[in-house]
Design a protein around this ligand. Structure first.
Ligand code: GLP
Length: 267
């Protein structure tokens, strides 16, 4: 198992820095595998919050390898994904539903009714009911044992975008429909082909459900994430940098970084 080259804590959060992002991904997959096994042993079930984006792809590849090698089953795993574009067909290759199908769900033994994503086809008039229900599903499942997170260049987590809300309100944000931030839209052009094709809105798990996860693993790689990482870890806690809200539950959070994304952390 690859080991981090530097391990320290920042404002109570554990930080592990790896020479290569592939090492961090292997480490993450091993942590998730261990967590699944220990929850299954103690409780007979496990509830995971999952992320999309380019960052977790190698993590899913490792989990699929473990499944194919016979050392990991998803039969008793329940998952809730962070977000989905709106509106969005599940069959669109750019949907997060189809991303999850491609990278994980179709390659492991998870029962379909245990793999939950927000639905980008819900009629507009029922979106608020749907997002409120999603939070209820998580609660009814006993809450998230674990949340996997990536980090936007603007510090977003899921699609909880920067805002000027007071901190107390930002911490209570529920699952909801949001407008995407210009930087998020710009970063999505690589997936959608042109800015005009990027959806302007999305459904996202709220900050409250994310922070209630019993453990959180956040991955960020490359220099383009360095500023968002440093501001999330060491900046003031503010809704302008949603990643900084993780400082309020720092004891549950582990940051897996590479030398690029860790380059602006002050030590
Ligand atoms: C996307 C997702 C986030 C993800 C982030 C970073 O928009 N909604 O959940 O963490 O942006 O993406 P990437 O890993 O491709 O840099």
């Amino acid at each position: 198992m690859p080991q981090s080259t530097h391990r320290f804590s920042v404002n109570g959060a554990r930080v592990e820095i790896f020479e290569r992002s592939s090492d961090a991904s292997e480490f993450a997959a091993d942590q998730i595998r261990g967590l699944i096994q220990s929850c299954l042993t103690t409780r007979g079930k496990v509830v995971l919050g999952l992320a999309t984006g380019s960052t977790p792809e190698p993590v899913y590849a490792r989990l699929v390898e473990a499944h194919q090698a016979g050392s990991l089953s998803f039969e008793k795993v329940t998952t809730f994904n962070l977000d989905e574009y709106y509106p969005m067909s599940p069959l669109d290759p750019q949907s997060y539903r189809s991303y999850m199908h491609r990278h994980l769900f179709a390659k492991v033994d998870i029962p379909p009714h245990q793999a939950h994503l927000l639905d980008g086809t819900v009629p507009e008039a029922f979106v608020n009911d749907h997002t409120a229900q999603f939070d209820q599903w998580i609660k009814a499942g006993g809450g998230l044992d674990f949340q996997l997170l990536g980090l936007g260049r603007n510090g977003h987590i899921g699609f909880n975008e920067p805002s000027n809300l007071p901190i107390e309100q930002a911490l209570k944000l529920s699952t909801r429909i949001v407008e995407l931030h210009p930087m998020t839209i710009a970063d999505a052009v690589k997936d959608f082909g042109s800015e005009a094709l990027v959806p302007r809105r999305a459904l996202t798990m709220g900050v409250a459900s994310i922070l209630e996860a019993r453990s959180i693993l956040i991955l960020a790689f490359g220099e383009r994430k360095a500023s968002a990482v440093a501001r999330s870890l060491q900046g003031p806690i503010t809704a302008e940098v949603p990643g900084s809200l993780l400082q309020t539950v720092a004891g549950q959070v582990t940051w897996l970084l590479d030398t690029g994304s860790a380059s602006q952390i002050l030590r």
